[in-house]
Design a binder for this molecule. Structure first.
Ligand SMILES: Nc1nc2c(c(=O)[nH]1)N[C@H]1C(S)=C(S)[C@@H](COP(=O)(O)O)O[C@H]1N2
Ligand SMILES: [Mo]
Length: 338
């Protein structure tokens, strides 16, 4: 065993005592030393495997080490659907992968990816229940293969007034909905994210939230051409922090209407409650369409800040997607954040 001189204290598990970014930088440094020793053949240090599999007890070293292995790897990159273009520069990939809202892991946006190591994001199944002819358990890799994948560049807007422009990969949600044959009684669709406190530290420790994360759409919103069952970003399968292996993207709504890592879809008769509208009914409602005219109590919605760029832009009604979705809504819906 080669001698590695580690300064005192650097090899202690001091996660509690140190700020997360300092902790992770040290951790990365120590692992780097271990790997170079192994590469030189000097030591018996087993090189730790990276977190690029379904799940791993080890922490990811970088924000793209969190892409899980999948037998559908050959489907990426997918052909771009040129219908969906955005006249704005793409957001930097690493910026997008290191600035995430995914409260199951932490509320610290820049630390989400670092906490995803134990999360087993593939293989993965989605359970479909409720008012459908073909309820059942559907394997995400099989759905990707069956429907095929396409790339779409969309605007994305969070209610906290930050925004990005990214190429998502996936299939239109209406393909899955048609496959499971909803009955006419199915008027709403409810989506649930995973419930795995053992794999997600934020879910384990933030018990004041009503886990698992749950969202809902009206049937016509779920069936809209824009609604993308999303399995990838930037030409690769989704990294865990973006909601691997499957999440929704509805580019005309605030980001919280796009649940991540969905493992249950319910077709129901009545409008469902949602995670955020239950938590703060005064701040969040059901529809949550992007609208510059209606401010959130804590964030003006007039403008948006593009992450990774030093630019603010005017907010667009329906986030610029009015031609696709405006006829879904009457004025009452658009007059509240709900
Ligand atoms: N399960 C789950 N889905 C979620 C969230 C979350 O905390 N948990 N955050 C939402 C919010 S507020 C936003 S803005 C987007 C962020 O997606 P991104 O990190 O891929 O940019 O995910 C949404 N989906
Ligand atoms: Mo958000």
């Amino acid at each position: 065993m080669a001698n590695i001189i580690v300064p005192p204290g650097w090899n202690l598990p001091e996660r509690e005592a140190t700020s997360p970014s300092v902790y992770w930088n040290r951790r990365r440094f120590i692992k780097g030393v271990g790997l170079s020793v192994a590469a030189l053949g000097l030591g018996a240090c087993a090189s730790e495997s990276r977190a690029g599999n379904g799940g791993s007890a080890t922490e990811p070293e970088g924000p793209l080490d969190t892409i899980p292995d999948t037998p559908t790897r050959d489907l990426y990159p997918a052909d771009r659907n040129e219908t969906f273009q955005v006249e704005r520069p793409l957001t930097d990939r690493i910026v997008a992968a290191t600035y995430n809202n995914f409260y199951e892991f932490t509320t610290d946006k820049e630390a989400v990816w670092k906490n995803t190591g134990p999360f087993e994001a593939r293989p993965w199944t989605v359970e479909v229940t409720g008012e459908v002819e073909r309820p059942g358990t559907y394997d995400v890799a099989e759905l990707e293969r069956e429907f095929g994948l396409e790339e779409r560049i969309y605007r994305f807007r969070c209610v906290e007034a930050w925004a990005m422009t990214v190429p998502w990969v996936g299939f239109p949600m209406h393909k899955l909905i048609r496959k499971v044959e909803p009955r006419s009684s199915a008027r709403y669709v409810r989506f649930l994210s995973f419930d795995r406190p053992d794999q997600a530290v934020g879910q384990r420790e933030q018990t004041h939230y009503n886990w698992p994360y749950y969202e809902g759409l009206r049937m016509d919103e779920a069936m809209n051409e824009l609604t993308l069952a999303t399995t990838g970003i930037f030409g690769e399968p989704l990294p865990k922090q973006h909601g691997a292996p499957i999440r929704l993207i509805l580019p005309w709504k605030y980001g919280f209407k796009s649940p991540k890592s969905v493992d249950r879809i319910e077709f129901i008769r009545e409008r469902p409650a949602t995670f955020w509208s239950d938590f703060r009914p005064d701040e969040y409602g059901f529809y949550s369409n992007v609208n510059p005219e209606v401010d959130h109590p804590r964030w003006s919605q007039r403008t948006e800040e593009m992450i990774g760029e030093d630019v603010r832009r005017e907010t667009l009604v329906h986030n610029g997607y009015g031609e696709w979705v405006a006829d879904l809504y009457d004025r009452g819906v658009m007059s509240r954040i709900s």
